[in-house]
Design a protein around this ligand. Sequence first.
Ligand SMILES: [Zn+2]
Length: 139
Amino acid sequence: MAKPAETRTAGRKAAPKAARSTAETEKIRAALAARRDELRGEYDQTLSEITELQRDRLTDSAGDDQADTGTKTFEREQEISLANSILERITQVERALERLDEGSYGWCERCGNPIPVERLAAFPSATLCVSCKQLEERR
Ligand SMILES: [Zn+2]
């Protein structure tokens, strides 16, 4: 099995203080899975918008002037970069799910306390608990 490329968090001082309960792990898993499905829906939506823009460009570009064509190209580029950022977020969530299975997900890297489920659901890539995050930001 390939190791996830997460070793960049070299300063992992705090080891988990306690094991998370199975119920809690399942709650996180469900939240992450829901998030992933939601993102996949968004991604599909964006892809079909791109296809539509592309079709518009091909079908009614005959009567377009330069400015219209420019706008459409711009819109399409916007959609593509949106699609890419959604895809990146999906990857983050999937990596989070892998780490959850390994038991290395959802712990604050600074104090070692578990990061609340709600926070993880909202920010799957969170590596700090709220109070440590606030301390970091204050610096
Ligand atoms: Zn913390």
